[in-house]
Design a protein around this ligand. Structure first.
Ligand code: FE
Ligand code: FE
Ligand code: ZN
Length: 277
């Protein structure tokens, strides 16, 4: 079965997100743990979460994906920024335990001139501070497009972070199709070899989720501009190949395309139509 959802606003709570997901044909979704550009965490509404978990169980939802705020930069040169990152990670991972066994994705961050090596060390040391052996959440590093001084534009950089983390079993990778294509991994013409490369550098067992986005910019542009499925430089056939690939087809797929709820519903319907039984 295709596990498919999109990014939803968490403004109205978990049960509300679950209902929106159902209304657009999704069986999972992604959400921000807090305002993506702000900092304040919301108070945890346990009753709302309980109602959501019931709804999810009754409707056979797949694994959920939470996304850390964009303002999180664990490898900044500014100690104020890294302290904020540590606090957010700590609070978010505590929140995630109310949704046991879910995924939590974050951008490794931007090294802002310190160099990739230094950035990799800083991210790994933050992860060593916040991960705990008792957590049920898997923390995902997202593959990035490499705009500015972003870390995570190569599989090797992500592997170098994981390498330095003690509780590696708590880590995975979320592959963003727009980002990797922008970063120079040719999903259009060489999907098999990209996945083989992923396997040799990171191991396919680390691959836990896919951000399914087309791209407004050409191959290896090192930009980050999401496009509607099939309308960008990846094109329809690439998405048919992605969702049906034997290595990927059981993973959860999350749309982050520039569409409203109805538009996401159309994309989901199209993907379901092209998913081979
Ligand atoms: Fe992201
Ligand atoms: Fe993404
Ligand atoms: Zn992006």
């Amino acid at each position: 079965m295709l596990h498919i959802g999109c990014h939803l606003s968490s403004a109205k709570g978990y049960e509300a997100m679950g209902r929106v997901a159902l209304s657009i044909g999704a069986n999972t979704f992604q959400f921000f743990t807090r305002n993506p550009r702000g900092s304040k965490s919301k108070t945890i509404d346990v009753q709302d979460i309980t109602r959501f978990l019931k709804l999810a169980e009754n409707n056979g939802f797949g694994i959920l994906l939470a996304h850390a705020p964009y303002t999180l930069n664990p490898c900044s040169a500014d100690p104020k920024v890294t302290r904020f990152a540590a606090q957010v990670l700590q609070e978010d991972l505590a929140l995630m335990e109310y949704l046991p066994g879910s995924l939590y994705n974050f951008h490794p961050g931007s090294h802002v001139g310190q160099g990739a090596e230094k950035g990799i060390e800083l991210v790994a040391s933050q992860l060593n501070d916040v991960l705990s052996s008792g957590q049920t959440t898997t923390v995902l590093l997202e593959t990035m497009s490499g705009k500015g001084s972003e870390i995570g534009k190569t599989f090797e950089e992500l592997a170098a972070i994981i390498e330095r983390v003690e509780l590696k079993e708590k880590l995975g990778v979320c592959l963003d199709t727009c980002h990797v294509y922008s970063a120079g991994y040719d999903l259009v013409n060489r999907l098999d070899s990209v996945l083989e490369h992923f396997d040799s550098v990171l191991g396919l067992k680390r691959l836990r989720a896919i951000h399914l986005n087309d791209s407004m910019t050409p191959f290896a542009s090192f930009k980050d501009r999401h496009e509607t499925i099939g309308k960008g430089s990846l094109g329809e056939q690439t998405f048919i190949n992605l969702i049906n690939h034997p290595v990927l087809r059981e993973l959860p797929f999350f749309l982050e395309t520039p569409r409203d709820e109805a538009g996401h519903g159309q994309e989901i319907a199209w993907l379901k139509e092209h998913y081979r039984a």
